[in-house]
Design a protein around this ligand. Structure first.
Ligand code: 1GP
Length: 261
């Protein structure tokens, strides 16, 4: 991918309304790079718009790089690192989400780790897309690893206030999730956030049906991320269960775009 991933995403959002990202965890306990490559190819065939590589689990840079190499052999989609930490960085990707877990209790996850990787990221020349990451209750593994002061599920106002602060800080995107493991973010949070900010909103965590995806896009999500569902199904059914979910996301995005003209 030669052009800017951010520009590609913004353009696709403008013309398509909503996007789908496929998340592949570069974890040797889950799959070898070869298998990750096959998964990515099937995700592209099912209509996904980008491959995210990342997860909260332990990994190493070499394994991440090998995984990205195999992914790139199987797809022309942009490959973006969704870093669980410093060890998930690899110059092989097209871009990295330069993330700050804004609601962490530990400054290390807000800016400490990012400061330590800033020089290597700049030297590698990889595109970095600043992104504010917000974790809502119960948070699961991501919340535990990032030592998050979890945003309460029953108070979307707090989530919206953090998202607005992110926009004021100059972040380019906001990622909202309640953790993996089936903990979907309440649509009320997405809808309030979309009323107060104009940044692209990414939603992930526990999305496994077209109804889930449609509800979140209708609430205001611009990009839907799916990881576990793809891990469980894509190689078994070659993407036949993913395809209708992505179709639903695109249709809901198209309706939203048409409505906002
Ligand atoms: C996790 O939002 C991602 O950070 C994806 O979650 O694995 O539940 O799809 P799932």
């Amino acid at each position: 991918m030669n052009k800017s991933v951010y520009a590609y995403l913004k353009k696709k959002l403008k013309t398509g309304g909503a996007l789908h990202f496929s998340l592949i965890d570069p974890d040797p306990h889950k799959q070898e790079p070869e298998k990750a490559g096959k998964m990515a190819g099937l995700c592209e065939a099912a209509g996904s718009d980008a491959i995210l590589v990342g997860g909260s689990t332990i990994t190493n840079q070499e394994f991440v790089s090998e995984t990205i190499d195999r992914i790139k052999e199987n797809t022309s989609l942009p490959v973006v690192i969704f870093p669980g930490g410093m060890t998930s960085l690899s110059p092989k990707a097209d871009a990295v989400f330069f993330m700050s877990l804004l609601n962490s209790k530990d400054p290390y996850f807000i800016v400490g780790q990012q400061a330590l990787v800033s020089y290597p990221v700049k030297r590698s020349g990889i595109e970095h897309i600043s992104m504010a990451y917000l974790i809502i209750e119960p948070g699961a593994m991501a919340g535990w690893v990032g030592n998050a002061k979890l945003l309460p599920r029953n108070n979307p106002k707090l989530t919206a206030a953090y998202a607005l602060a992110a926009e004021m800080f100059g972040f380019k995107m906001v990622y909202l999730e309640a953790g993996s493991d089936g903990n979907r973010i309440p649509p009320s949070h997405i809808s309030l956030v979309s009323q107060v900010i104009s940044l692209p909103i990414i939603a992930g965590g526990g999305i496994s049906t077209k109804e889930d995806a449609r509800m979140l896009v209708e609430a205001g999500a611009d990009i839907i991320v799916m990881g576990t569902f793809i891990e469980k199904n894509i190689l078994k059914d070659s993407g036949s269960s993913l395809k209708p979910i992505i179709r639903e996301i695109k249709a809901a995005g198209e309706r939203k775009r048409a409505g906002s003209k």
